[in-house]
Write a protein that binds this ligand. Structure first.
Ligand code: HEC
Length: 466
C-alpha cells in the first residue's frame, strides 16, 4: 500500500514541468502552436504575442486548451495521425493549467524563445511561378460567408512538374481557406466565379491559416510531385468568413518546379468518394439527422495514399472513412467527430499509407438538419454544389505503390536539393536578405557560397548543391 502511494506521489513529476513559467514553458507552446493565427494582423482578433495579453486571457486559454477547441484540429487523433498535426499533448495542456494555477509566473525573460514572424516570407526562396488573383473586396455579410473562385492562366509554354507550393494570403485576417486546383477549363484571361465552393478540377493544395508551404517528399530514388500542364489555368477557391464585407484581398500562389530533366512520380488527386454528384442525389429531410454512406473499390492495384481531404457543407456533423483490405484488415483514414465547415484541410499521413489491391474504401457521415441557431427553419436539402446544398466528398492524393513507400515520411521526406533546408526553423524568423561573400545582395544561386541573413540576427552560410 505504501509502495503504491509513493508511486502515485511520484507520477506527476515524470515529464511534467514543475512550477512552469511563461518564458521557459508557456511561450514555446503559444509561439509554436497558437501565434500563426493569434498574432497581430492574424486571422483571430485575439493577440497572444505578449505575456500581458496571455495573462489577461489566461482563463479563456485554459478553457479552450483543456476542451481541445484550440488549436483547431478537426481530425480525431485517436483514429489516425497526420504530418503537420497541430495539437497539444496532455503534457502541454497540464503545463498551461499548472502555470495558471501557480499564478502565471513570468520567469527569466532572457530564456524566451525567438518571436516567430509571419507574413510575406520567401520561405522557400524565389518562386519559379507566382500567380496572383486580382484585388477583390469580400461580399460576406454579418451572417453569410463569401465563396468565390478565380481561375488564373499560368502562361506556361511547356509542362512543368511542381516540387513545392506556397499560398501567400493577401489579407491574413480574411482569408479563411484557399483550395488550389488545376482548372479543367483553362482560359487565357482571369475568370471569376461567384458562389463557388470549389475545388474546380484536380486539387493540388489546401491553405488554411497557419498552413506551411508544401514540399513534396523527395528521397534518393523518388521525386514526388504534380504536373502543371502548358497553357493551364490554376483555380483559387477562396473563402472569406462572415463579417469581412468590403475587406480587400489579393492572394498569391507560388510554385517551385523541379528541373526539366527530373522524372517525377506523379501524384493523383481524385474524388474517390463523391456521393450525390457521381450517382443518384441524396436527400436530407428536415428535422432529422440523416446518415449518408459511400464506398469505392475494390482497388485494382496497390496504392500509396498521401493525403485525405474530407468535405461537407453546413449541415455536416461527423464523418469517418476507412479502407478494408482483402484480408479484412482495417486501415483508418480519417474520422472527424465534430465537423466544422470553417476548419477544412487536406490531411497528410505521416508516411505514405499502403492500400493493397482489392481494398474497399468505406465512408459514412451524419447531417444534422434539425432546428438550431444557424438553421432555424429546416427545409429539405439535397446534394449539390451550392452553399445551401450538401456534399459528401473524400478527395485523396495517391499514386501507384512501390516497395518502400510506407517508410517515406511526408513531413520530413522532403530532402530537397535546391531548397534551403530547415524551413520549419526559417518560418520562425524572417529572411532579410541573401548576400554573396562580398556582401552584395543576390537571389539564391546554386553551387555558390551565400549568406542568409535573418531578422533575429542569425546568419547562415549556405551552399546549394545542384
Ligand atoms: C489555425 C488558427 C488558430 C490556431 C492555431 C489557434 N487559434 Fe485560437 N482562435 C482562432 C480563431 C479563428 C478564433 C475565433 C475567434 C476570433 O476570431 O477571434 C480563435 C479563438 C480563440 C480564443 C477565444 C475563444 C472565445 O471563446 O472567444 C482563445 C482563448 C484561443 N483561440 C486560444 C488559442 C490558443 C491558446 C491556441 C494555441 C494553443 C490557439 N488559440 C490556436 C484560430 C486559431
Amino acid at each position: 500500500m505504501k509502495k503504491l502511494l509513493l508511486i502515485l506521489l511520484c507520477l506527476p513529476m515524470i515529464g511534467f514541468a514543475q512550477n512552469p513559467n511563461y518564458s521557459e514553458d508557456i511561450a514555446p507552446i503559444i509561439y509554436g502552436r497558437c501565434l500563426q493565427c493569434h498574432h497581430s494582423g492574424g486571422i483571430s482578433n485575439l493577440n497572444l504575442e505578449s505575456y500581458a495579453n496571455t495573462v489577461t486571457n489566461a482563463g479563456m486559454i485554459q478553457h479552450v486548451t483543456s476542451t481541445g477547441e484550440m488549436p483547431p484540429w478537426p481530425p480525431d487523433t485517436l483514429f489516425q495521425n497526420y504530418a503537420y498535426e497541430n495539437v497539444l499533448s496532455m503534457n502541454e495542456i497540464s503545463t498551461v493549467m499548472d502555470w495558471i494555477t501557480n499564478g502565471v509566473p513570468l520567469g527569466d525573460t532572457s530564456l524566451l524563445p525567438p518571436m516567430p514572424t509571419f507574413g510575406n516570407l520567401l520561405q522557400l526562396g524565389v518562386p519559379d511561378l507566382e500567380l496572383q488573383m486580382p484585388t477583390y473586396a469580400s461580399t460576406a455579410t454579418s451572417n453569410s460567408d463569401d465563396y468565390v473562385c478565380f481561375s488564373i492562366p499560368t502562361g506556361l509554354l511547356q509542362n512543368r512538374r511542381i516540387k513545392a507550393i506556397e499560398v501567400i494570403p493577401g489579407n491574413l485576417q480574411t482569408v479563411h481557406h484557399v483550395l488550389v486546383s488545376i482548372d479543367p477549363f483553362p482560359n487565357t484571361s482571369i475568370v471569376t466565379t461567384a458562389n463557388c465552393m470549389g475545388p474546380q478540377g484536380d486539387m493540388i493544395y489546401t491553405y488554411a491559416p497557419g498552413a506551411l508551404p508544401l514540399t513534396y517528399p523527395e528521397t534518393t530514388n523518388n521525386s514526388f510531385g504534380v504536373e502543371l500542364p502548358a497553357n493551364s489555368s490554376v483555380s483559387f477557391a477562396m473563402h472569406y468568413p462572415e463579417g469581412s464585407l468590403g475587406q480587400l484581398d489579393s492572394t498569391k500562389v507560388r510554385f517551385y518546379f523541379y528541373p526539366q530533366s527530373t522524372v517525377i512520380r506523379g501524384i493523383s488527386n481524385e474524388f474517390l468518394i463523391n456521393e450525390g454528384l457521381f450517382g443518384a442525389p441524396f436527400y436530407l429531410p428536415p428535422n432529422q439527422i440523416t446518415e449518408i454512406t459511400g464506398s469505392f473499390g475494390p482497388t485494382t492495384q496497390d496504392y500509396s495514399f498521401m493525403s485525405v481531404f474530407p468535405h461537407m457543407h453546413l449541415l455536416g456533423k461527423d464523418m469517418e472513412c476507412i479502407a478494408v483490405t482483402p484480408t479484412n484488415d482495417t486501415i483508418n483514414l480519417i474520422r472527424i467527430n465534430n465537423w466544422d465547415f470553417e476548419w477544412q484541410g487536406d490531411y497528410y499521413f505521416e508516411k505514405f499509407l499502403k492500400i493493397p489491391a482489392g481494398s474497399i474504401i468505406y465512408a459514412k457521415g451524419n447531417y444534422d438538419n434539425t432546428v438550431s441557431a444557424t438553421n432555424p427553419n429546416p427545409v429539405n436539402v439535397q446534394s449539390g454544389l451550392n452553399t445551401e446544398d450538401e456534399m459528401f466528398i473524400f478527395i485523396f492524393q495517391f499514386l501507384p505503390y512501390q516497395l518502400g513507400d510506407e517508410n517515406i515520411s511526408i513531413e520530413n521526406g522532403s530532402i530537397s536539393t535546391n531548397i534551403h533546408e530547415g524551413t520549419a526553423i526559417s518560418s520562425l524568423r524572417k529572411l532579410l536578405k541573401i548576400t554573396t561573400i562580398l556582401g552584395q545582395s543576390t537571389k539564391p544561386k546554386s553551387n555558390t557560397p551565400l549568406f542568409y541573413i535573418y531578422d533575429d540576427g542569425t546568419v547562415e552560410k549556405i551552399i546549394i548543391i545542384k
